[in-house]
Design a binder for this molecule. Structure first.
Ligand code: ADP
Ligand code: MG
Length: 499
């Protein structure tokens, strides 16, 4: 590069050749994410103190977490194993040797004056997160994921004119997962975050509890006119719900465009989203890496990960959602959309697999799970592992539809009774509610003849080519049978009679 050419930073170069995203008032939106996933180990990253959430303040930080003189940190193997799992799940390079560094800064919740993190050589490098946005497959590239310790927490509520400090969280293991600025809209950013959340919970490295702060996203947002170089970003910190994420990024985009349109410049800053006002506001102007005086932590040797260790971790990995979804499409004939729905979480996929194992035809099971069950779970805000209808009960219900014992309409009644706890046994409920379909074809023929004798008008209209008239006849027969006739049988009988 000659000295007259404008210099480009690495993010800039990485964006070359990427397609332009949808424009907002003539601006292209650029988003990159940094996510802190709290690793689900029972003890801290460098000590044996507990990581359990919700303990009395300051009862769970030990001398190592506070770096008191004379203590030494010792790497928690479980945290490394979880980092390896993420790397394997996302197709990243897992560094055989990575280095811990001290990130120096002062804040009341970090009395030791530095955070142990990884800087120049992180444990996980590269990789991608892919997901469907509508019909389109999107791929977001990761820069890295590094291990680090969490800081304590400042408590502002419960105190007047003062702040409390709770150091319980100090030393909790985190994996910070950093993307390239590859996202081009709020929708795409939220979809990325949802996919990442799905993966970390699926492989069991993080409990994903966003209210408790186990999965916190920082969204870096900038806007630019298409074709120009990357705009200055502002970083929205600690988004802890998908709803706030959506609101915060939308607001931030509008705010930045307005600033630029009014002739002002965007200043690089760290901002917070206030759910009460729906606005983002500046917390501090942004430090540069140089301000942190990173240097390798002299207390910790480089982290060595052998090929054997990686292989051993690989053996213990569950099948990943994408490969499972592909398998459901291939082996069970599900649509891409349904397969994605079914693999939305490990618990959903387990429910589906359990119902199939109990004999339910996969397609029918998938229809029920993505339809009626998902709808009710949403309404009651329940996770599927707390669904009142077990996978085996669903399978029994489906079996009774498939063998013609009950109609779909009757099945919905039985399902409702199972869900509300009115009964637990499918066959007994069918019996008690008198929902058995008519199996006696003689009785059904009598009803059909009766309906035909009373509805000459519909017959004439049907013969004149009106399909609606035929449906009306089917409806009449179903009604006369009190819903117990088999609709397929009714159709066939009517067709035969009407010639
Ligand atoms: P820091 O560690 O100081 O927060 P990095 O340079 O590592 O900053 O970048 C952090 C995040 O910001 C990354 O996710 C990256 O994709 C994103 N990012 C970088 N430049 C931009 C930009 N111009 N617009 C939006 N996001 C950006
Ligand atoms: Mg950052």
């Amino acid at each position: 590069m000659s000295s007259t050419e404008p210099s480009m930073n690495s993010f800039e170069q990485m964006q070359e050749g990427r397609p332009t995203g949808p424009l907002v008032q003539g601006y292209e939106v650029i988003i990159g994410f940094e996510t802190h996933a709290q690793l689900s180990t029972t003890s801290k990253i460098f000590s044996r103190a507990s990581t359990a959430f919700g303990a009395e303040p300051n009862t769970q930080a030990c001398a190592v977490d506070l770096a008191l003189p004379g203590t030494l940190p010792v790497m928690n193997k479980g945290a490394v194993e979880r980092a390896i799992k993420l790397g394997l799940a996302l197709g990243s390079h897992i560094a055989p040797r990575s280095v811990f560094a001290r990130k120096n800064y002062f804040y009341p919740d970090l009395p030791k004056g530095y955070q142990i993190s990884q800087y120049e050589i992180p444990v996980v490098q590269g990789g991608t997160v892919s997901f469907l946005l509508g019909d389109e497959k999107k791929t977001v590239r990761l820069v890295r994921a590094h291990l680090e310790e969490d800081a304590g927490k400042s408590l502002h509520e419960d105190f007047v004119g003062q702040s409390g400090i709770d150091l319980n969280r100090a030393g909790t293991p985190l994996l910070e997962i950093v993307t390239e600025p590859d996202m081009r809209s709020t929708t795409e950013a939220v979809a990325y975050a949802r996919e990442l959340h799905k993966i970390v919970t699926w492989i069991g490295i993080c409990d994903g509890n966003m209210q408790e702060g186990s999965f916190r996203c920082d969204a870096n947002v900038s806007v630019r006119k298409p074709g120009s170089s990357l705009g200055t970003r502002r970083e929205i910190k600690n988004l802890n719900s998908f709803k706030f994420m959506q609101q915060a990024i939308d607001y931030e985009i509008r705010w930045q465009i307005e600033e630029l349109e009014d002739g002002r410049r965007i200043q690089q800053a760290t901002v917070l989203f206030d759910p009460a006002t729906g606005e983002t506001r500046s917390m501090r102007t942004k430090e540069d890496a140089a301000d942190y005086r990173y240097f390798p932590d002299p207390d910790l040797p480089p982290l060595a990960i052998s090929a054997e260790w990686i292989e051993q971790v690989r053996q213990g990995m569950p099948e990943l959602p994408r490969s499972m979804a592909e398998r459901f499409v291939r082996d069970h004939g599900l649509s891409d959309y349904d397969a994605a729905q079914i693999t939305q979480s490990f618990a959903f996929a387990t429910y589906f697999q359990d119902s199939v194992a109990a004999g339910a035809p996969p397609k029918l099971a998938s229809n029920w799970i993505t339809g009626e069950i998902a709808r009710r779970l949403n309404l009651q805000d329940l996770p599927i592992d707390r669904a009142p209808v077990a996978a085996t009960q669903l399978a029994s219900l489906i079996a009774r539809i498939a063998d013609g014992t009950i109609s779909n309409a009757a099945a919905r009644q039985v399902f409702d009774a199972l869900w509300t706890g009115e009964g637990a046994d499918v066959d007994r409920l069918i019996e008690a509610k008198g929902l058995k379909q008519m199996s006696d074809s003689g009785a059904l023929e009598a009803i059909v003849d009766d309906v035909l004798s009373r509805n000459q008008k519909n017959i004439d209209e049907y013969r004149a080519g009106k399909d609606k008239a035929f449906n009306a006849l089917v409806g009449q027969v179903m009604k006369a049978s009190q819903g117990k006739a088999n609709p397929g049988q009714v159709n066939a009988l009517l067709k035969a009679r009407l010639g």
